[in-house]
Design a protein around this ligand. Sequence first.
Ligand code: NAP
Length: 286
Amino acid sequence: MTAATIISGKQISEEIRKGIALEVEQLSKQNVRPGLAVVLVGDDPASHVYVRNKEKACQDLGYYSEVHRLSADSSQEEVLALVDKLNAQDSIHGILVQLPLPKHIHEKAVIDAISVEKDVDGFHPVNVGNLVIGDDSLLPCTPAGVIEMIKRTGIEIAGKHAVVIGRSNIVGKPVSLLLQRENATVTMCHSRTANMAEIARQADILVVAIGRANMIDASYVKPGAVVIDVGMNRLENGKLAGDVDFESVKQVSGPITPVPGGVGPMTITMLMQNTLLAAKRLNGLA
Ligand code: NAP
């Protein structure tokens, strides 16, 4: 048996970022510099790492960036006031509020307050609605990254049976919608699905986003199927693991994403892409 192709999100990300860098250079001739503001409330260590990575991506690509680090006891009014200020700030084209927020802050109220045009996470209900009805919108980064990496690997999506395991608002649901938009036939699975392995084994393309380390083994995978692992689980030994048991699955699957180095890098790259698009649109250039 030939070894499965590893889909490198890291490599695909680098290719996309090269294209973004060229566009940033072109835009600078029109005095436009994409600007991203990140709002981080509290001390969640993982969130601090994510925010640093986003800051670094902005620096590498020549974006303007602001990171607003607010203490965990900040009030909802303070967060909303900051969002309002960023909505009105011309140098900022994208606003990202790092989730989760502390419990006393109503996440939905904060997301709803972000200007639709600057909602580079694609979580605002108007952008979600546009995604559902197939209108132009800022797409959520991780789902958009999943589609982009499948396409850039040269895999045809149209006509395929895609099975998505997980139905969260930030990954499972939007991935399913995007796969359907690409003309796949989509089945969604979740924690109440009966005979899940049997359903998963029918997939030509299997996308897994459940948050259970290494749960999906070879018994869930049809020989040759494309496997995209969105999971990011921190193990007790400090290592990162996906939701897919990579070593077992790669024995039977077709192209497969690793963790780390798969979907993760794509998420930040799509955030950069969304910020670029928002900057162009807000300046009447797209
Ligand atoms: P989530 O909100 O917790 O949703 C998990 C989904 O998986 C739910 O729909 C749940 O079903 C389903 N599920 C849980 N256990 C299951 C089981 N045993 N069998 C079948 N379905 C099961 O998680 P999420 O935010 O979508 O994230 C999923 C994973 O992706 C996590 O590991 C997260 O860290 C990772 N992630 C990675 C990135 C990235 O950039 N790479 C971005 C976002 C998330 P119910 O709806 O029935 O409860």
